[in-house]
Design a protein around this ligand. Structure first.
Ligand code: 1PR
Length: 507
């Protein structure tokens, strides 16, 4: 094949590089995978999408001789693009479980974001850059938003300033990209920063944009097809039509449509995952694979992530289940029921065993890849009939709201943050599908309780509900389903409304 159409990819197998692969192919290139250090030295152009944590990545590079090959490739000014950890590894060292030595090509230490000034860590979402040096790869970006997801960052200094091509502000000013000759590296994810964007006004100050997320609740319908469904307070059956599962469309098509329409992320929730083994649910993995070919914003998938023994007695750890989702194209996984069990155990024993799904998956894939989905229900003082009485607490539920647990949403949120969750998807069963607005009290309580990002969910009915939740709470993102499925308000209109209200969005 023609060398000009080949990109060499350094994938050391630590996580999801499917989206990078899809993006390279989407641009019309073929991929050659690095097998030996020689493949690096012979590459015509090399992409290094670092995934996972700094120390294990350096171990692989050191033990395989690839680190040495990388250094000489870079020193020879060969065409290189590092992404995320692929940028951080170029520095001298990192504080991530460290200090751990890096490749040492660029002076400086990679440190953790400081969450003490109200900036949530991980830094997840769309932010704009300050470009400080000419770099062709930034020409198409200029002052548009790009997608970041990381807890560690490199800082500008006198020693590394000649490398820096752009910075970004999040609490501090950190290095968003570097460039020297043919060597480029970016902290953000170009492969996840897709979609049409209008030009922002030149010179306008930038903050992390509030995200608008489209959610697809997916399950098999009575005919055996995987469909997007939507419930009212989690009840997804039609009330008239002999109680059929509501069918609102095909998952891959809808995901593509919402991406084109400006959704900042797309979430798939396999809502029967609690009873069906998700790896048996091949169609769901297929949905993810196909969606990730055309959707270049982050994808989250949830449902059924837990330890499991199948009917043949084969045991799968939650980490194996999650890994299969990551390999199929998920950027984040979302844990519901199993997070409640883990939090209950942790609150009882006060011991982190390292064995819960949250701990295991975040250790391997990073906190930013682990979302906990909370499904709380209001419990009123005079249960069961809420006749305007004060509600007493928000009870956590499991198995799609079918079982209430003796733990509240606040306790759960605090516990899962300690166990290593990187984000919270906060639903509310009472508001789900009602179109009457988010539960502002609940979102406020939880987003004030934790320092990880909180996604408000359930109840959006008009654009004003989004501006409401962003102006009254510290939510980082708002997720909705029915409003988009019913085509009442397109994603784009929600964002235009937010912009008009002075709320920073990617548009
Ligand atoms: O417990 O780890 O297997 O995960 C199951 C996942 O499936 C959880 O994230 C849980 O929230 C979700 N789930 C389970 N049952 C249902 C159901 O609807 N019967 N859906 C369900 C949750 C809530 C949101 C919904 C928003 C916005 N759906 O995803 O999209 O409420 O809706 P709206 O904008 O129309 O109001 P596990």
């Amino acid at each position: 094949s023609n060398d000009d159409s080949v990109v060499t990819l350094l994938d050391y197998g630590a996580g999801n590089v499917r989206s990078v692969r899809n993006a390279i192919r989407h641009l019309g290139f073929q991929i050659k995978d690095v097998q030996t250090p020689k493949d690096i030295l012979n590459a015509r152009r090399l992409i290094f999408p670092g995934v996972g944590a700094f120390a294990p990545a350096m171990d692989v590079l050191n033990n395989t001789g690839m680190g040495e090959a990388l250094c000489s490739y870079i020193q020879n000014d060969r065409p290189f693009l590092g992404i995320c950890l692929g940028l951080q590894l170029l520095f001298e060292s990192s504080d991530e479980n460290g200090p751990v030595g890096g490749l040492g090509m660029i002076p400086g230490v990679v440190g953790r974001f400081d969450s003490s000034h109200g900036f949530r860590v991980p830094h997840i979402g769309w932010n704009a850059l300050q470009i400080t040096k000419d770099s062709e790869i930034l020409d198409d970006i200029r002052n548009r938003h790009v997608y970041f997801v990381h807890s560690y960052r490199a800082m500008p200094s006198n020693e590394n300033k000649e490398w820096i091509s752009s910075t970004c502000n999040y609490g501090d000013e950190f290095i968003a990209s570097v460039r020297r000759g043919n060597v480029h590296a970016v902290q953000f994810h170009p492969e996840k920063s897709g979609g049409k964007q209008q030009k922002r006004t030149e010179g306008k100050a930038s903050k992390l944009a509030k995200r608008v997320i489209a959610c697809l609740d997916v399950r098999t319908n009575d005919e055996g097809d995987l469909v997007v469904t939507k419930g009212d307070q989690y009840d997804v059956r039609e009330h008239a039509e002999q109680s059929k599962v509501r069918n609102l469309g095909k998952p891959v098509e809808l995901a593509g449509q919402y991406y084109n329409d400006g959704a900042d992320e797309v979430s798939f929730l396999n809502i029967t995952g609690f009873r069906d083994f998700p790896l048996g649910d091949v169609p769901m993995l297929q949905v993810l694979r196909r969606a990730s070919e055309n959707v270049f914003v982050p994808l989250t998938v949830g449902g059924g992530i837990r330890d499991f023994t199948d009917s043949n007695g084969r045991y799968y750890s939650s980490l194996e289940v999650a890994s299969e989702y990551f390999r199929s194209g998920a950027d984040k996984i979302s844990i519901g029921s199993d997070a409640v069990h883990a939090a209950e155990e942790y609150l009882k024993t006060k011991v982190k065993t390292g064995k819960s799904s949250i701990e295991q998956i975040s250790r391997v894939y990073g906190n930013q890849a682990v979302v906990v989905s909370i499904d709380p229900r209001r419990v009123y003082l005079n249960d069961p009939s809420p006749n305007g009485e004060e509600y007493a607490w928000y009870q956590c539920t499991i198995n799609g709201g079918r079982e209430g647990r003796p733990i509240g949403a606040y306790e759960l949120a605090k516990a899962v943050e300690e166990l290593g969750a990187g984000e919270i998807l906060l639903n509310c069963i009472d508001c789900d599908g009602q179109g009457k607005g988010f539960d502002i009290d609940l979102v406020k309580m939880i987003s004030d309780a934790v320092s990880i990002p909180v996604i408000a969910s359930s109840g959006a009915g008009v654009s004003e509900h989004f501006s409401d939740v962003f102006s009254k709470t510290n939510a980082s993102a708002a997720l909705a389903a029915g409003i988009f499925h019913r085509k009442e308000v397109p994603v784009q209109s929600v964002k235009e409304h937010l912009l008009k209200e002075g709320i920073e969005v990617r548009i």
